[in-house]
Design a protein around this ligand. Sequence first.
Ligand SMILES: CC(C)(COP(=O)(O)OP(=O)(O)OC[C@H]1O[C@@H](n2cnc3c(N)ncnc32)[C@H](O)[C@@H]1OP(=O)(O)O)[C@@H](O)C(=O)NCCC(=O)NCCS
Length: 101
Amino acid sequence: MAEADGIVAGTVSGGDGDSTAAAAMTAMWVDPRFRRQGVGEVLVKHVIEWARSSRYDEMFLWVTDVNANAERLYQRNGFVSTGAVQEVRPGEFEHEMSRKI
Ligand SMILES: CC(C)(COP(=O)(O)OP(=O)(O)OC[C@H]1O[C@@H](n2cnc3c(N)ncnc32)[C@H](O)[C@@H]1OP(=O)(O)O)[C@@H](O)C(=O)NCCC(=O)NCCS
């Protein structure tokens, strides 16, 4: 959780991925009042650091195809598309990204 002046500015989760060597990043969210101020960047770096200290080799996440803001944030932090795609709702797709830890 990222906090600014006692207000929750954003959240992110890290946990086990599909394999024992991989971690997953989920639930990335920044309160609209705090967006475009680097909070997302801090959260991504924090969860990568958590994965590193927990000795994972790789981290995965899913991002919807229309979420260019989030995709740029992940790309800036070393994530690349794996090529895996899944349909989350009819006609709405998300793709997987990963990076080595
Ligand atoms: C995607 C999301 C997490 C990004 O969070 P954020 O805190 O705005 O991210 P950052 O501030 O680190 O970066 C966003 C942009 O602001 C810019 N920025 C960061 N600090 C800045 C500053 N001080 N001044 C001006 N611009 C700044 C970054 O360069 C980046 O630019 P870009 O649009 O060219 O990529 C946020 O928009 C969000 O919660 N969206 C809804 C939920 C969501 O989509 N979650 C992801 C699901 S996969």
